[in-house]
Design a protein around this ligand. Structure first.
Ligand SMILES: Nc1ncnc2c1ncn2[C@@H]1O[C@H](COP(=O)(O)OP(=O)(O)O)[C@@H](O)[C@H]1O
Ligand SMILES: [Mg+2]
Length: 366
């Protein structure tokens, strides 16, 4: 079988499973470093496919397509975490190095596995209970109290597959909302704000951690990230320690996004809980495109292609705003402003809530 060298030179081909905006921005960064990119995506003419050398249009679990991608690309990565384990095996069998690896994906795919891993790695989470039936839910609520949030173990994103339980009346509807899928009940985190840390690890175990982002969600979807977040040294040190523990614990290669609940008191010690980890570039890291010399997309390409990691210091403070649905129609006004950079994803249809673009407003130098 072909062996992938540790460092891939320019001219090599990178495979990306997934054709959305994250794949598009990874592809753009890869092409700037001289790589060719092949996308695997079932939707024809995808946002990522349109800026790449090629798109293989097939399902993420299509054996022939995975075999082809693995033969064409010495390295294959992902823009989303719900890739079946069997797909990873097929890519590896076709000779591709898959980064991040199967363990990172398996852990991030299942909220129970994820929380169990995190607590074991010294990165605490809220208290949680597995819920497979109504009696698990009732016992869980006795233990965790109200309010609590019930989430499907797998395949939730942008607040989907979640139901808050604030009173006894919410119990039955929340359970029904899981539609028979295995779930996890989480205690509510009494956070003062939400933060996230974007970090990377290379094959040789080096790590690079970006400054914290402060995130505001609306209806379960990220609305705005401001970064670098104003945070005490203690909070910054704690976030870095969490990021390093996650990267080491998963023997991770590539960029990871780690969502944090900040429970720190104004004058007290740093208290951070991990909400969830995303084994990929992350929406809360888009600010790095206009705040850092090496953004998260280039950093990911560097890590998976075996290049040295790039610098992570911020040179500017940035406010990143997602443009959902028809908010993208503001593009003309935004393009006329001189303190924003527009990042449009090339999606034809502005369905309500769909991530169409983001803008980075440069607030000023650091
Ligand atoms: N246990 C919790 N306590 C408080 N807020 C929560 C909790 N779980 C989720 N949230 C809120 O809901 C948002 C989305 O939840 P998350 O688990 O990150 O789901 P998704 O996978 O959809 O991003 C979080 O960013 C946070 O604002
Ligand atoms: Mg989240």
């Amino acid at each position: 079988m072909r062996r992938t060298p540790a460092t891939l030179p320019p001219g090599s081909t990178l495979g990306i499973v997934g054709g959305g905006q994250l794949g598009r921005m990874i592809s753009q960064a890869a092409s700037r470093l001289g790589f060719d990119v092949v996308i695997l995506e079932p939707e024809p003419d995808s946002p990522a496919g349109r800026v790449s050398a090629r798109q293989i249009t097939a399902a993420y679990d299509d054996p022939d397509a995975l075999g082809e991608l693995g033969r064409l690309c010495p390295v294959v990565t992902f823009e989303f975490e719900n890739v079946p384990a069997a797909s990873l095996e097929r890519l590896a069998a076709a000779g591709a190095r898959v980064a991040p690896g199967p363990r990172a994906l398996a852990v991030a795919q299942d909220r129970m596995e994820e929380k169990t891993f995190l607590n074991g790695a010294g990165a605490p989470t809220v208290d949680f209970v597995a819920v497979d039936d109504l009696s698990d839910l009732q016992h869980g609520l006795e233990r965790l109290g109200l309010p609590a949030v019930l989430k499907t173990r797998r395949e939730g994103y942008d607040g989907k597959g979640q139901a808050w339980i604030r009173s006894a009346d919410d119990i039955a509807p929340a359970f029904e909302a899981m539609a028979g899928r295995p779930a996890v009940l989480e205690a509510a985190a009494p956070f003062v704000r939400e933060l996230s840390v974007i970090a990377a690890r290379s094959d040789d175990g080096r790590t690079a951690v970006y400054p914290l982002g402060e995130n505001v969600h609306s209806g379960g979807v990220l609305a705005v990230t401001t970064a670098p977040a104003l945070a005490s040294d203690a909070v910054q040190r704690r976030a870095r320690a969490i990021a390093e523990a996650v990267l080491e614990g998963l023997d991770y290669v590539g960029v990871v996004g780690i969502e944090l609940f900040d429970l720190s008191a104004d004058d007290g010690e740093a208290v951070l809980l991990v909400n969830e980890i995303a084994p990929r570039v992350h929406n809360t890291g888009h600010w790095t495109q206009d705040g850092c010399v090496c953004d998260q997309f280039e950093q990911h390409v560097r890590a998976v292609m075996g290049w040295p990691l790039g610098p992570t210091e911020a040179h500017a403070r940035v406010e990143m705003t997602n443009l959902l649905g028809d908010a993208v129609e503001q593009w003309r006004d935004l393009a006329a402003k001189d303190d924003v950079r527009l990042h449009l994803y090339g999606k034809a249809e502005a369905r309500p809530g769909r991530k169409m673009a983001h803008v980075n407003r440069v607030l000023g130098p650091i």
